[in-house]
Design a protein around this ligand. Structure first.
Ligand code: LLP
Length: 422
């Protein structure tokens, strides 16, 4: 359950009124609930309890050190996509040995860094990447554990920008090339072939495509087994969606229940009982509904065709509406304000694409606070400094306590690395 609810007409984050937070820390602000974050993680951990399973939080969704530390303390592993993310895991006190490294373009330096931290596995996406990793590992006198990201060609039925498992996507090794690629990998001396992975897309409300992908992975594991390549883990990726206010996903426990049931049936029937560790890479479903973006209304403007509610947050703070036409819920912090009307909620940036919500019935007046809900995933991590806007302050609420976990950026911070020339 989300911890962002109205209490006496004022929206709270756990035990703290968002009005008090805005007063003290200013706006725009990202506000996270510790309880919601941990409850979300626990719904995976509990459903996988007693199993050989690892939940590797996809930290691209939200990589604040405080979030990482809370999850690491709960036993999470991490799915990273850059050397920078690995350094964040280490800085947060996470265990590098529970890290898997995804992504199509890992550099030599990133591979070296990851090998020096002895990460759990590289999720490799192409033959050239296999050769590069083999060379780097050999040069260091090490063996790199690898999994191949296969593309199961399953339609995730989600927004085209966040569907990744189709033939036309840049991700993964084509299903039809997977066997050959495994044979290449298994002959490279500095690689240890340990797993198979996929990630078919993001914001999936139904688990049917995920289970279809699972069946494809299982089929490949069997074929490989028959050819003498024995895998130790199966990584089904992330992708389970959240309720942005326009539709609820299948509960995590139901999805994992169905997934483990299939795995049990397969192992009992075919695989001779050989254990296969299951890895998950959830991002959004861990952190999405654990955060909101708090913003204040600057002006109300009545255009010829539309009313605009101009707020102090913008597309640089939250890019999802501009980038994916994402629908995100927007609510007043204090209920029962001005008379309601239809508005487009927009930011101060000089782009027509700078909008946060369109055609919403809202009761708002200048100075009021609005909250964009379910903004914890792919909000702050996709924020930019466009228009030389400092990124928002980030706060974690724990009961009645508020912790600043990232300070608001000052303009001087933004050009500190720059210099002028004559
Ligand atoms: N594993 C891999 C290999 C991924 O590429 C992703 C997300 C995940 C796991 C985590 O997926 P999740 O559980 O969060 O769905 N910026 C977009 C989402 C991009 C997702 C990219 N990959 C958005 O704001 O909707």
């Amino acid at each position: 359950m989300s911890q962002f609810e109205y209490q006496n007409g004022v929206m709270h984050a756990e035990g703290v009124a968002l009005t008090a937070i805005a007063e003290q820390y200013g706006t725009p602000a990202y506000v996270y609930s510790k309880k919601t974050l941990l409850d979300n993680f626990d719904s995976y951990a509990n459903a996988a309890a007693g199993r050989d399973a690892l939940v590797c939080y996809a930290m691209k969704a939200n990589s604040n050190l405080a979030i990482l530390k809370l999850l690491a303390d709960r036993g999470a592993g991490f799915d990273i996509v850059s050397g920078g993310e690995l350094l964040r895991v280490v800085a947060a006190g996470g265990d590098a040995k529970k890290v898997i490294f995804s992504g199509v373009g890992k550099s030599v330096d990133e591979m070296r860094l990851a090998l020096s931290h002895d990460i759990l596995c590289f999720n490799v996406e192409s033959i050239p990447e296999l050769h590069r990793l083999n060379d780097v590992a050999a040069g260091m006198g090490k063996k790199a554990r690898v999994s191949l990201r296969v593309n199961p060609n399953v339609d995730a039925k989600t927004h085209p920008y966040i569907a990744t498992g189709l033939k036309a996507n840049k991700f993964g090794v084509a299903f039809s090339d997977a066997l050959d690629t495994y044979h290449v990998a298994s002959k490279l001396p500095a690689l240890d072939v340990v797993g198979i992975d996929c990630h078919i897309g993001s914001q999936l409300l139904d688990d049917a495509p995920l289970l279809e992908a699972l069946d494809k992975l299982i089929e490949l594991i069997d074929t490989l087994h028959a050819e003498g390549i024995h895998l130790h883990h199966l990584d089904i990726g992330g992708g389970l969606g959240i309720d942005y206010g326009d539709g609820a996903p299948v509960p995590v426990g139901d999805y994992l229940g169905r997934l483990f049931k299939r795995i049990d049936a397969w192992r009992a029937a075919k695989h001779g009982g050989q254990p296969v560790k299951v890895i998950f890479e959830p991002g959004r479903s861990i952190v999405g509904n654990a955060g909101v973006l708090l913003t204040r209304v600057e002006f109300i403007k009545h255009g010829e065709e539309k009313n605009f509610c101009i707020v102090d947050a913008a597309m640089n703070d939250m890019a999802r509406p501009a980038m994916y036409q994402a629908w995100m819920d927007m609510q007043p912090v204090v209920q029962g304000g001005a008379e309601s009307a239809m508005f487009d909620v927009v930011g101060p940036i000089c782009e027509s694409g700078d909008w946060l919500a369109r055609d919403r019935e809202l009761a708002v007046a200048p100075g009021d606070l609005l909250v964009m809900k379910t903004a914890g995933a792919y909000g702050m991590t996709m924020a930019s400094n466009y228009n030389t806007r400092g990124r928002a302050v980030e706060l974690v609420v724990d009961g009645a306590q508020v912790h600043v976990v990232r300070q608001r950026e000052n303009p001087a911070d933004l050009f500190a690395l720059e210099s002028t020339i004559k």
